[in-house]
Design a binder for this molecule. Structure first.
Ligand code: ADP
Length: 391
């Protein structure tokens, strides 16, 4: 038997899981996911490749909780060579309480539950998995790793909305998300940038959800997602930054309801809304429809604007790092964003960009541009091993 930690990452309609060896947590020994929960779910395993493990079938209306039970039973049966020593959970919101990973007990669970109104689509699923495992295996250590914690280092002025200050004191703040991804990228900076690792860096996490983080001394100084994961960049289905007056207009003049506006901003906007074709960058790049091009152009323009908008927080730009599905895979998107930032010293080497290089800037450019794959699971696994004291 080899000692492993189980990492669980419950999204709004998915459950991702992985097993990482305690003595080698960077690369998973098993990884998989359940997608399309509550609407014909699918269970798949991506590591090890060619595993040919028998996979469970899930009921069409299978919930997160049911999927977690099925997963735990499946692991007991088909991953019996791995002894699970602790479970690490991605928990979306840590509010102003949790500024780092923490071992979960009843009091902390109650504190996390109080933050549910701040992340209603994710927090309940994250916590349901914690409760379920606590019932099944009360002695198994569980660690919560928060998407917000990495941004706890932002100065107050960068966290504030210009709303009455007592509202900020009640928690109406720019928290920021994708913190586990940024923590991973920050940890790789010394390897990639050497002595410049502590410099002025912007990380562009461009996936279905997309955000930016400005780093100085490898710490978060400012970020584009705010009170919710709706702010900032154009995303697959989310609008990103929008004039708040649009929402007032939709309510007052068009009579739209709150659920309708919720669906509009979270599900029907972004790349999908502008193109009318797809929320996936890959589909839009393959299309010759002018609206697909318009959606890509808006995505890239807004990303360049938001990168520029972070510069006052760090006083310049020494390095720009692309990560996540689009950032890691779409050379055209990287090129288009960088072309709009040439005045910041950003210049891409076309050949390097199109051929999978890590450093894609020209040698003369004053700003280094890199492509670095993110690894949120590894951050959860490492934190869980540390906090549960498994080494
Ligand atoms: P999330 O984890 O937020 O769901 P990902 O990080 O997996 O999202 O990123 C998904 C996005 O990456 C989609 O827009 C997808 O089309 C895009 N993507 C993945 N591979 C490629 C590729 N080879 N070229 C262009 N876009 C890609």
């Amino acid at each position: 038997m080899n000692d492993v930690v189980l990492t669980l990452n419950a999204g709004s309609s998915s459950l991702k899981f992985a097993l990482h060896a305690v003595d080698a947590p960077l690369v998973p020994v098993l990884r998989g996911k359940v997608t399309r929960l509550k609407r014909a779910p699918a269970f798949s395993v991506s590591v090890p490749k060619e595993a040919n493990l028998p996979l469970p079938t899930l009921a069409l209306d299978c919930t997160h909780e049911e999927a977690t039970v099925i997963l735990l039973d499946w692991l007991t049966e088909h991953a019996a060579q791995h002894a699970i020593r602790a479970v690490g959970h991605r928990v979306v919101h840590g509010g102003t309480i949790f500024d780092g990973p923490t071992r979960v007990d009843a009091d902390k669970l109650a504190q996390m539950a109080e933050l549910t109104p701040l992340a209603p689509l994710h927090q309940p699923h994250n916590l349901a998995a914690v409760r379920l495992i606590a019932q099944r295996s009360p002695d198994l250590p569980q660690v919560a790793c928060f998407d917000t914690s990495f941004h706890a280092t932002q100065p107050e002025v960068n966290r504030l909305f210009a709303l009455p200050y007592d509202m900020s004191q009640q928690g109406l703040l720019r928290y920021g998300f994708h913190g586990l991804s940024y923590e991973f990228i920050a940890s790789t900076l010394p390897e990639h940038l050497g002595t410049e690792a502590d410099g002025r860096v912007v990380v562009a996490h461009l996936g279905n959800g997309a955000s930016l983080c400005a780093l100085k001394d490898q710490k978060s100084v400012a970020t584009t997602m705010g009170f919710t994961a709706l702010d900032g960049l154009v995303m697959g289905r989310r609008s990103g930054r929008i004039d708040p007056g649009v929402i007032l207009y939709l309510v007052q003049q068009r009579g739209m309801s709150v659920p309708e506006i919720d669906a509009l901003l979270y599900q029907q906007s972004g790349l999908l809304g502008v193109s009318g074709i797809s929320n996936a960058m890959q589909d839009l790049e393959a299309s010759d429809d002018p609206r697909a091009k318009l959606a890509i152009d808006l995505f890239c323009y807004r990303a360049a604007c938001e990168i520029a908008g972070l510069i006052p927080a760090i006083g310049g730009l020494d390095a720009l790092i692309f990560t996540a599905g689009i950032g890691e895979n779409s050379a055209a998107t990287r090129q288009a964003i960088c072309d709009q930032l040439s005045w910041l010293g950003v210049e891409v080497d076309r050949f390097a960009n199109e051929n999978g290089a890590v450093v894609i800037s020209t040698p003369e450019a004053s700003c280094k541009v890199l492509v670095v794959p993110t690894n949120e699971d590894a951050v959860i696994a490492q934190s869980t091993i540390r906090i549960a004291d498994l080494t």
